[in-house]
Design a protein around this ligand. Structure first.
Ligand code: FMN
Length: 211
């Protein structure tokens, strides 16, 4: 396995995937597990990971994704969606899941729940909550990108798609979720033009501020 820096240098936003190479279940499951285990504010996990295997659906997603080739050519396509709201029902469900994991009764979590509900109701409007949820999604995206790189699985994170169309195609409106970002996964085609370009990043001294 590559070390972390080697893996991060190796990874790049893959434009051309090898259509003959498929991810095996073990690699795919490890990447999905990295997403599931990602941290989120208060641990609320306001996300769903939609793995699209249906080829007709992938063709439609490509159409609504500015015809980007990765959407049909990558081995796998994952759309990450975030919750539109944070209802008390949702919080209660999270409390139940936490109580189960920690082998305690839900009652012992009542202070945590009150604190959480107060924080949610202190947000000025529904849009702020929706945006807060959407930001959490990027943490899981980042962790999945790095996990994939460590497993030498290629990826392209993608925001270039029509969100409303994706929500409709994936039935997200009914679930109360909205599409945020997509992750295409697979193996690079060595003829990918992007491979010829050196990684472009600002220098350490330019972006790290020490006080
Ligand atoms: C949130 C996000 C959205 C992106 N959307 C797209 C996209 O729609 N299509 C695409 O080809 N690349 C997309 N990229 C890839 C970036 O262009 C790429 O990561 C960046 O240029 C840095 O290059 P590197 O990842 O190869 O090091 C996206 C990257 C991120 C993080």
């Amino acid at each position: 396995m590559k070390n972390i820096t080697e893996a991060l240098m190796w990874r790049y936003a893959t434009k051309k995937f090898d259509t003959n190479k498929k991810l095996n279940d073990e690699a795919l499951n490890q990447i999905l597990e990295a997403g599931r285990l990602s941290p989120s504010s208060f641990g609320l996990q306001p996300w769903k990971f939609i793995l699209v295997e249906n080829t007709e659906l992938r063709a439609k997603l490509r159409e609504a994704g500015y015809d980007q080739a990765q959407i049909t050519e990558a081995s796998h396509v994952l759309i990450i969606a975030s919750r539109n709201d944070l209802s008390e029902d949702y919080v209660d469900n999270y409390m139940k899941s936490t109580a189960l994991a920690q082998n305690v009764t839900v009652d012992t979590l009542s202070e945590f729940k009150s604190y959480l509900m107060n924080t949610i109701s202190s947000k000025p409007n529904a849009e702020v909550i929706k945006n807060w949820n959407a930001r959490q999604v990027y943490i899981s995206l980042g962790i999945m990108l790095e996990t994939a790189a460590l497993l030498e699985v290629d990826t392209c994170p993608m925001e270039g798609f029509e969100n409303a169309k994706y929500d409709e195609l994936l039935g997200l409106n009914e679930l109360g979720y909205s599409s945020v970002v997509m992750l295409t996964l697979g193996y690079r085609d060595e003829s990918d033009e992007s491979l010829k370009r050196a990684k472009s990043r600002f220098g350490t001294e330019e972006i790290i501020i020490r006080k």
